[in-house]
Design a protein around this ligand. Sequence first.
Ligand code: AHR
Length: 511
Amino acid sequence: MSNHVNICTEKRKGVIAPELHSQFIEFLGSCIYDGIWVGEDSKIPNYRGIRKDVVDALKLVEPPVIRWPGGCFADTYHWRNGIGDRASRPVTYNENFDTYEIDDNQFGTHEFMDFCNMLGAKPWFGINVLSGSVQEMRDWIEYCNRSEETDLSRLRKENGAEAPFGVEYWGIGNEPWFGGGMMTAQLYAQEFRKYSAAMPLCDFRNAKKGQGLKKIACGPDGNKPKERVQWTKDFFAEIGRYRQPQVDAYDLHFYNWNVLKDDDSDVDFDENAWKRVIKSSLELEDVILEQYALIQEGIRNFPESEGFDEPEEYKCDLIVGEWGNWHGSASRTRPALYQQCTMRDAITTALTLDIFHRNCDIVKMACMAQTVNVLNSLILTSGEHTILTPNYDVFLMYKVHRDAEKIEIDTKSLDEDIYLFASGKDQEIYVNIINADCKNAKTVELSFDKEAEAVNVQTLKSSCMTDYNSVEEPDKIRKTHGKIPVKTDGKYVFCADAASVNVLTFSVKDR
Ligand code: AHR
């Protein structure tokens, strides 16, 4: 089959928000304790208690936003436990997703902000709606964001942060349909009304219209086809009933579940399982399109406003706050939800990021679950060792797409194992070519509507589909510079190796 694609370099639609490459960390398993926080006295090199090798690796990824402290954990987290002298912090117990560990609260608000600041990431704080209170949320926002001298802002200063943290993203609850309270969409919408109405603006009060704190509502369980439709309909109907409080963003969660087959673990699977998991990762695109349409419909059904001023257009961004592969073996292992990442995970990570890129006009942020030691990780730690998974390389390779414009291409005639995405920024065009065939290399022909010169190729591949990076072989799968294709008869012919993710850069002259 001929895999030929013609790229019209000016057929651009929508800018890829860097926030689509965001991250999620939680007090779960060894994500934060061991994975990120080791403490200042650890023999593992650290920056003020935070693992140096993890920070150094993530600095290259430049995560735009990091969501914390959960996840489900957020819905039992009391932020006051995590501030002040570390030796005197309360000791609690973490049962989140079978973590079953003593929690000495060493990594709290200041440590998380230190982590974000080192990486240049914006924080997204998750508010405890289940066992917390509206007042507790108000105090946390005040503690973080107030510049005027109040007891809480003084306490922040005493604890070492003179300037407010300026936290903009606030998630109201987490998965209220399950661990976050087993709520109905109507009940959750009522909670959202209360919490969002009580949020102090602090330093954001003088912000230009539409630029205050971002109130993020919980969206549905993306893995439940009927429930997710009903949830979104019910939520927006309830929000619409009176006064329509602003929902700045709606947070959909979708995991690529691989839990039904006992013979398919994170590192031990056959070709059928390779194909099945890759295929099921693609379902997210339909879920996004469906949820976006439901949000718009919900807003359209809001009653006409009876205010004095002309009503502003009501906008609500779609966010995917948790995504990634979830293999069955993760639920049977210690630390909780720890899983290895093979080339199969790297392929689905690339495919998922391309779903976001392709739908950049409707998805505005996405956080991968989770950055370290949990599920679809970028980084795994083992004692003093730090392993960068192949997913890490995908994030690095895909950085070129941030702030680029999506280029619409017709991919209908491509071989079923070949996936393409292209974007353009200034004089450069970036083309992702994923070959999901685990055995055979495939040839792809690219032509352009303009003079384009191939200038760079980055390739991530593995010779065996179950390969992964480990303490023994930390660089078994690592991105490399590939052979730059040569133009013949007006076309570039690129050979995509079996099981590979490739990013090709072209330079166009007359823009
Ligand atoms: O990412 C692991 C868990 O999955 C999160 O805590 C929860 O929000 C989701 O169910």
